[in-house]
Design a protein around this ligand. Structure first.
Ligand SMILES: Cc1ncc(COP(=O)(O)O)c(C=O)c1O
Length: 441
């Protein structure tokens, strides 16, 4: 073990629990006088399972987890223990992962827009791998971090509408000029990076992007750079309701890699999967502190669903209320607001919910991605309360990983074995894991 995570960081639970079951147990036990209004429950074993799934589907690709997706301590410690790297957007995220002991060579300062002070911080803390996609960033790096190893961020398609989330990245046309400018400024370029955006990615988008990356690799090589690192970004789905399954996207990436960057070509491949790792691992519970019956003309009160017909609302809260459980309660069109209660703090409108009372708890599943940021000076205030849980089998798999990514098929089998007798087998046989009431050991 690498010492990032130990048994004091989580509660060990029996196989077969779900975060929802654990939350329900926790809330029933919560003292009525408690002032806790909201809490997360995280199944670290779900992240272990995702990691093994990632390694199996993309054996050539090393994951760098984007800290902005979930900066919670349990997630960072677990992923460090499993040997993952980290993609950081700023100095605060670098500090955060270094504070738990992650070495600088496992950190990718991936934001294409960097403050000079943050660049200097990276330089003085040994973080060398970073990305750029324009001349302004290049000259900042040349001045502030002469030892940086740069990935040039590219877009796969010249029409911005093709990937509306892809806010960054140089077009293939501008790559040669940027690489020449880097050469003039003595900046070392080691590879190419792209991020296609998420969610709803189609497999062909990856094929197109890997092909574009290979063109940029050739330009770099022609200019005398030793190009040896390709970053295929993030965007992999975190839940099973996505348009393309993770394995489908992985198959497209693998075939594109075989075509454009075949095994043995000397190019190392990395990715930045965020939501894939953490979405399904977290459930969130929030209590109702106040309620108001709105007049019919207000949004959410008129039975109008603000979501297109046939599309389930992305937020699907469940009411935890054993004492008032009734199989078919009357539904009310409802709006949920955060603590400020103002328009800007509106969480959802047009939800169909049973009548809610002060003190009721709502449970939201799949809440692990982009819900918990690493604390920064700009984001002060109380951090959300998170309880981490993991089963014995998942913990055994973590111990077998020992911080090293299994390289060979044999290594991968050895690490996956403890979990394959549980979840993986249930998956293969299409049997939902049997729910055993979550006994907390
Ligand atoms: C530049 C960059 N890389 C990686 C990610 C991770 O994306 P995802 O969580 O969809 O995998 C994001 C998400 O916004 C991003 O902006």
């Amino acid at each position: 073990m690498n010492g990032y995570l130990d048994e004091s960081n989580f509660m060990m639970v029996k196989e077969g629990f779900t975060t929802r079951n654990l939350l329900e147990n926790l809330l029933v036990e919560l003292c009525p006088a408690s002032d806790r209004q909201a809490l997360f429950m995280a199944d670290l074993g779900d992240i272990v399972k995702k990691h093994l799934r990632f390694l199996k589907a993309l054996p050539r690709v090393k994951p760098y987890f984007p800290v902005k997706c979930n900066g919670s301590e349990g997630v960072l410690r677990l992923l460090a223990e499993l040997g993952a790297g980290f993609a950081c957007a700023n100095k605060a995220e670098i500090t955060r992962v270094q504070s738990i002991g992650v070495p600088a060579d496992k950190i990718f300062y991936s934001s294409p827009c960097k403050q000079v002070a943050h660049l200097k911080y990276a330089a003085s803390h040994g973080v060398q791998l970073m990305a750029f996609d324009n001349e302004v960033e290049l000259s900042k790096v040349a001045r502030s971090h002469p030892r940086a190893r740069m990935l040039l961020g590219v877009t796969a398609d010249s029409s911005p509408s093709a990937h509306p989330n892809m806010a960054f990245g140089a077009t293939i046309k501008s790559c040669r000029h940027l690489l020449e400018t880097a050469k003039e400024q003595a900046v070392e370029v080691v590879g190419i990076s792209f991020h296609l955006g998420s969610p709803g990615l189609e497999p062909q988008a990856f094929e197109q992007a890997v092909a574009a990356a290979q063109l940029a690799f050739e330009m770099g090589t022609e200019l005398g750079y030793r190009m040896h690192l390709l970053d295929v970004g993030g965007g992999f789905p975190g839940t099973e309701d996505a348009r393309a399954r993770f394995e489908e996207l992985a198959a497209a990436i693998n075939s594109a890699l075989d075509l454009y960057f075949p095994n043995g070509c000397g190019v190392e491949i990395i990715a930045r999967p965020g939501r894939f790792y953490v979405s399904s691992a977290f459930s969130f519970a929030a209590s109702i502190t106040a309620r108001e019956e709105a007049p019919a003309e207000q949004p959410g009160s008129d039975g109008r669903c603000l979501w297109p017909p046939g599309h389930p609302h992305p937020l699907r809260p469940l009411l935890l209320c054993p004492q008032r459980c009734c199989p078919d309660p009357p539904w009310h069109s409802s709006s949920l607001c955060g603590p400020a209660g103002c328009d800007e703090d509106r969480i959802a409108d047009g939800l169909k919910l049973p009548e809610l009372h002060v003190g009721d708890w709502l449970i939201f599943e799949d809440m692990g991605a982009y819900t918990i940021a690493a604390p920064t000076p700009l984001r002060e205030g109380p951090q959300p309360h998170i309880t981490y849980a993991m089963s014995h089998l998942a913990w055994k798999a973590v111990q077998l990983c020992q911080g090293k990514l299994p390289q060979t098929e044999d290594d991968r089998e050895r690490v996956c074995a403890p979990l394959s007798c549980g979840w993986e087998m249930a998956e293969t046989l299409s049997i939902a894991p049997v729910f055993a009431p979550a006994g907390i050991i």
